[in-house]
Design a protein around this ligand. Structure first.
Ligand code: SAM
Length: 219
C-alpha cells in the first residue's frame, strides 16, 4: 500500500470514538463494549475499511472490528464513518483498532471471535519474513486462541504465491479447507454476496484472478 504520512492522523484516531483505545483492556469485554452478545467478526489489515464498513451496514446483528497498523490508512476508514454519521447512517456495530496484528491475543480472549477476514494481506515475499504473513502457521496459532470452536477464517488475495503458501500453512497447522478457488469472480457459489475490497477492485480490474480460501479447525 502506498503510504503518505498524513499529519494529524494519530490525533484524529485518539479523538475518534469508533476507535478502541488501550485495546488490551478490551480483552474479555467485547460484549460490554458493543452492549450486546452478537457474534464478533474481525478483519485484520482492513486498509481504508471499504469491506468491513459494507459488512457492518449489511449485517446489523453482527459486530465488526477492523484492525489496521497504519494511522494514515485507518484515518480514511474513520473519515468514511464520520461522513455517514453526519447523514445519520453510521453503523453502531463497527469499531476500529490501530494495532499490529501480532498482538491479537492480547486484545481478544478465547472464544471471543466468530470469524476472521484476511483480505489482500501483505505478501512479505522474502523467505525470512514468512512468519509475518498473516495466513502463516504462526498467525493461525494466534487465531486458534481467539476463535470460537466453529469459527472460520476467510482469506482473499490475487497473489498466487501467497495463496499457495496459505494452503500449505493450513495443512501444517492442521486446519480444514472448507472452500478453495483460484478464480472467485467466476465461481457462482463462492462469489455470491462477495464484497469487493479496495485491492480486489483494483487487481481484478487489471485482469488478475482473485483467490479465496475458507478454513476452520478440527474442534
Ligand atoms: N484489506 C484491504 C483491501 O483488501 O483493500 C487492504 C489491503 S493492503 C494490501 C494490506 C493492509 O494490511 C495494509 O493497510 C497494511 O497496513 C495492513 N497490515 C498488514 N500487516 C498488518 C499487521 N501485521 N497488522 C495490522 N495491519 C496490517
Amino acid at each position: 500500500m502506498r503510504l503518505r504520512n498524513i499529519p494529524g492522523s494519530r490525533e484524529v484516531i485518539a479523538d475518534s470514538n469508533i476507535c478502541i483505545h488501550e485495546e488490551e483492556k478490551a480483552k474479555g469485554r467485547w460484549k460490554e463494549i458493543f452492549g450486546n452478545d452478537h457474534p464478533i467478526e474481525i478483519e485484520i489489515g482492513m486498509g481504508k475499511g471499504q469491506f468491513i464498513l459494507a459488512k457492518a451496514q449489511q449485517n446489523p446483528d453482527i459486530n465488526y472490528v477492523g484492525i489496521e497498523k497504519f494511522s494514515s490508512v485507518l484515518l480514511r476508514g474513520i473519515q468514511k464513518v464520520e461522513e455517514l454519521r453526519e447523514e445519520g447512517n453510521a453503523p453502531e456495530n463497527l469499531r476500529f483498532i490501530r494495532m499490529e496484528a501480532e498482538h491479537i491475543t492480547e486484545v481478544f480472549d478465547k472464544d471471543e471471535v466468530s470469524k476472521i477476514y484476511l483480505n489482500f494481506s501483505d505478501p512479505w515475499p522474502k523467505d525470512r519474513h514468512a512468519k509475518r504473513r498473516l495466513p502463516s502457521k504462526e498467525f493461525l496459532g494466534r487465531y486458534d486462541q481467539i476463535l470460537i470452536p466453529e469459527g472460520t477464517l476467510e482469506f482473499k488475495t490475487d497473489n498466487q504465491d501467497l495463496f499457495t503458501f496459505a494452503l500449505e500453512e493450513t495443512d501444517l497447522a492442521g486446519w480444514n479447507k472448507l472452500a478453495v478457488t483460484r478464480d472467485l469472480h467466476h465461481d457462482a457459489v463462492l462469489n455470491e454476496g462477495n464484497i469487493m475490497t479496495e485491492y480486489e477492485a483494483k487487481f481484478s480490474a487489471m485482469g488478475n484472478p482473485i483467490c479465496k480460501l475458507i478454513l476452520n479447525r478440527n474442534k
